[in-house]
Design a protein around this ligand. Sequence first.
Ligand code: GLN
Length: 486
Amino acid sequence: MKLYEKTAAELSEMLRNKECSALEILNDVNDRINDVEGKVGAYVTLNEKAAESARAVDEAIARGEELHPLAGIPIGIKDNISTKGLRTTCSSRMLENYVPPFNATVIDKVNDAGMVITGKMNMDEFAMGSSTETSYIHLTHNPHNLECVPGGSSGGSAAAVAAGEAIVTLGSDTGGSIRQPAALCGVVGMKPTYGSVSRYGLVAFASSLDQIGSFGKSVKDVAMVQSAICGYDKMDATSAYVENTDYAANLRDSVRGLKIGVPAEYFGDGIDDDAKGSVYSAIKALEANGAEIRKISLPSTEFAINTYYIIASAEASSNLARFDGVKYGYRAKDYDGLTDMYEKTRSEGFGDEVKRRIMLGTFVLSSGFYDAYYKKAKLVQRKISNEFSQAFKECDVIATPTVPASAFKIGENIGDPLKMYYSDVCTVTVNIAGLPAISLPCGKSKDGMPFGLQFIGSKFAEQTILDAAYGYEKICGGFDSLAKNL
Ligand code: GLN
C-alpha cells in the first residue's frame, strides 16, 4: 500500500513509530500528483515550500519533540482561504495574481500543528456554484469518472482526497460546498457549527452562512482536523467559545441507543430513487445495530432553496463590493475616469455566475423589494431554525441524503442555473440554521458513482454527528474513498 492511500490517523501512527518520515509521505503524495493531476485538475497552485515544512517535522522528530497528532500530514487548502505568500485566487480572474500578506486563522493553526500544506485547491469562482465549473482557472474532474463534475464549490478539495493527491483538505461551506462535493466524490466532509471555526482570512461570500470545514477518507481524519482548527478567535466577531475538544480521541463507535430522526421532506419527489434507496439501506443498518429511528417532519424545507439564494446573494452583493480595482486584485487596462474603471474592472474581473449573484443580491436588497424578498427570507430562516430545534427535542441526529442525485456530467447543468441550484436542496437548510453536518459515502449509482448520507446535529453537537458517522463507518467496514483506475 502506498503512503498516499493511507488515512491521516494511520500516517500519524507510522510517523510516531518511525516507519516513515514526513518527507517520504510528502514525496509519495507529490508522485501521485504528478501521475494524476493532469486528469483531475484539483489544484490551482502547488506550495513550493511544502518540502521545507516536512523537513522541519522530521527534524523535530529527530530531536525527540512532542508532536501534534497531525504533524507531517499533507493538507490541501481551498483557494478562498488566505495563505501568506501563497497565491489565493478564489478561482477568479479578479484575484488571479493576488498573494495575501497574512494567514487565515485556520492556516496558523494548521502550521502550528506541523501539517504540510501541499497547495491551493480549485473551486467555483468565489465559492458560487455546485460543480467547480465556474472556476476561471480550469475544470476539475471527478476522480471516479473523469467525465463527471466533482461537485462544488469545494470541488478541488474533494477530488484531491478521492484521487490521493492530498491526505486531507480544507473547504468552505455556505450552502453545501463541503458536503455536496464530498458526497459526489465518495469522501467524508464536515461542515461545523457556524462560529466554531474562525472565518478570519476566509474570503467572504455570505458571511452569516460561511463556515470552514474539512475533507478526509475517514471520519477519524475529519475529527482530527476539526479538533485542530476549531476554537475561539478574537479576529472573528462571530467566533464562538467552543471547548477545545479532542473529537478524535472521544469517538464512540456504537450507535446503540442513538435517536435518529428521518424527515419525510428530504425523501420526496426530485430525489433520485437510488439516492433515497442507499440512504434507506443505511438507516436500516443503523437500526439493526441498535439505533432508534424516529419519523420527523421539517415542513419549511420546501422554501429552503429560495431562502438561501436570497440571503446568500444579498450578502454576496455587499461583500464583493470590495473588489473595485483600487485596493487589490484585477484592474481594467483602459478606462476613462473612476466610474468607468469600476465598471470595466468588475465586468472583466468577475464571471457570469458571480455577476448573477451580485445582481440578484442588489435586487432583493433594493428599496421597494426588500420587504418582499430579503425580509421574508429572514423570517423563513427563523422558521427553518425553529423546526430544527423542535426536531432535536426528540432525536440526537437527523439523517438525510446529501445530494439529490449522483455526479452529473461536465457541461450538463452549467447552462441552467436553477437546475444547478437544485443540487443544494438537501444541504442549504443546515447553513440557514447554522448547524453542523457531515456527509459520508453511502452506496453507489448504477454507473458506480457515489451517493452521500448526511447526519445533521444540533448547534455545537460536533461530537454527536462524528460519533454517529464513526458508528456508520464501522458498520460499513470502512469507506472505499480512493478512486480506482485513475
Ligand atoms: N452551491 C451553493 C451556491 O452556489 C453553495 C455554495 C457554497 O456552499 N459555497 O451558492
